[in-house]
Write a protein that binds this ligand. Structure first.
Ligand code: FUB
Length: 458
């Protein structure tokens, strides 16, 4: 094969594998330590956020995303950050949110100014996407580098529990108010039987253990059995788990779920949830372009429990999960709802909410499983803003070079947040279910425009 043909085949293969990619689920920012939660038929995933070009976990905020179809995710920005906690100044690390009596409790860990170590905090909000505020104005539990990665669960009898820790495992019961601890915090005794290895201080250097609990616990109950999943093996980390008949143990080490593999990240961190009849395993990798150990991204795989309730082995894929619903394009759709994108970012604005920015020539947004119905749309409108020269949105189906439904010219609007609505008739009839690609064109090398929302009309 001559070199040009070989090169173009490689480029085509890379492009088509990107077009099939569903993992990582967010491409606009790095996202870490996923914590899924289902509320009112919507699946939310709460994440951490690695800064671009970071050389450590210098993390400033947590982020929230939601889906109703498992492939198109809406970016809800960052409803919680270090600034929300007056007593903290660094390291917005792994966290989990849970609902109780209509309030949402977001358990986080941060660096505490009080102890100069890590602490567990709790924020409260009236909706899954906030706004959230520090629930108690002080740490829930403060004072050790060990106090990271809280996981929370409310049992069928109403009792609520927290686990956390690295490399020790801590366990506490929460009061019904969800913002105070009931009784003593227990440090679990780790044994080969419970977690694959003895307590950190009892481990013999150089000895090979069955496994080693490291951090990132994920605690829940299914069919009467309690599960504690965790990052294991030191670094690089894999995901392993233990099971118990009681919320506080004793735990029995079961085995690995996601074995060590080429995830591009030396940490891993999981969250598991059932949604619309399927089971999902969330984790993170370093697979987003420019990513790595300090530039991690959340991914998700579907799995089926074994008949005895144990886990199958789950491997990281680029394809991710299949859609579980179609997408309605005949309503205002926030531009920050997407299945995949390249080149763009999302930004917050106190008045208009999240919007899409950093759009350059050739960037695109893909929205999957768009159901145009039997008749199809007559027109398309989009809210955009540009301080400079603008550009064009090509609306295509099924691929970045697919059939063009319409093209919308975006001129300058006088500012990057001066929104105006632009529209076009549909030039090429479409019906049924398609993936839609918004492909952005304009002068090379400069920012073109920002996008707020779009909509098809009949
Ligand atoms: O994201 C910062 C830390 O890295 C988390 O708290 C750990 O679980 C690991 O993923």
């Amino acid at each position: 094969m001559d070199i040009m043909k070989c090169l173009s085949t490689t480029v085509m293969c890379m492009a088509s594998s990107l077009l099939l990619a569903q993992n990582p689920i967010v491409q606009t920012w790095f996202t870490t330590d996923p914590a899924p939660m289902v509320h009112n038929d919507t699946l939310y995933v709460y994440t951490g956020h690695d800064e671009d070009k970071a050389d450590f976990f210098w993390m400033q905020e947590w982020r929230a995303y939601s889906t109703t179809d498992m492939v198109n995710w809406t970016d809800h920005g960052s409803p919680l950050a270090i600034e929300s906690f007056s007593w903290a100044d660094d390291r917005a690390w792994a966290a989990q949110c849970i609902e109780r009596n209509g309030k949402f409790y977001w358990y986080v860990c941060l660096h505490s100014k009080i102890s100069n170590a890590m602490a567990i905090g709790v924020a409260v909000g009236d909706s899954p996407t906030g706004p959230f505020k520090d629930a108690i104005g002080k740490p829930l539990y403060d004072g050790s580098w060990d106090y990271i990665d809280p996981t929370v669960f409310i049992d069928d009898d109403g009792r609520a529990y927290l686990y956390w820790g690295n490399p020790n495992v801590y366990f506490a019961e929460l009061n019904e108010d969800m913002v105070s601890l009931k009784g003593e915090v227990k440090k679990l005794e780790q044994t080969v039987e419970s977690f694959g290895a003895p307590n950190p201080e009892k481990r013999v250097k150089g000895q090979k253990y069955k496994d080693v609990y490291t951090e990132g616990p994920w605690f829940y109950k299914r069919n009467g059995k309690y599960y504690l999943l965790y990052a294991a093996g030191g670094v690089p980390e894999h995901i392993a788990y233990s099971m118990s008949d009681n919320p506080g143990g004793p735990w029995k080490y079961i085995g690995e779920i996601m074995p060590l593999q080429d995830t591009g990240s030396f940490t891993n961190h999981c969250g598991v949830i059932d949604y619309k009849g399927n089971s999902y395993f969330f984790y993170h990798t370093g697979k987003l372009p420019g990513g790595g150990g300090f530039g991690r991204s959340v991914a998700v795989e579907e799995f089926k429990y074994n008949p005895d309730g144990t886990f199958p082995v789950i491997n990281a894929t680029t394809e991710g999960v299949r859609p579980v619903a179609t997408f309605n394009p005949y309503r205002r759709v926030e531009a920050e709802t997407m299945a995949f994108s390249e080149g763009i970012k999302s930004e917050p604005n106190a008045k208009t909410g999240i919007y899409i920015s950093e759009i350059h020539n050739g960037d695109y947004i893909k929205v999957r499983e768009v159901d145009f119905g039997a008749d199809g749309p007559d027109s398309f409108s989009i809210a955009a803003a540009s301080a400079l020269r603008g550009g064009t949105v090509e609306v295509r189906t099924d691929s970045i070079s697919g059939n063009i439904l319409c093209e919308v010219a975006i001129p300058t609007t006088g500012g990057w947040e001066e929104w105006k609505t632009f529209g076009s008739e549909i030039k090429s009839a479409v019906n049924g279910v398609h993936d839609v690609y918004f492909v952005f064109r304009g002068r090379k090398g400069c920012k073109l425009f920002n996008l707020d929302w779009w909509k098809f009309s009949k």
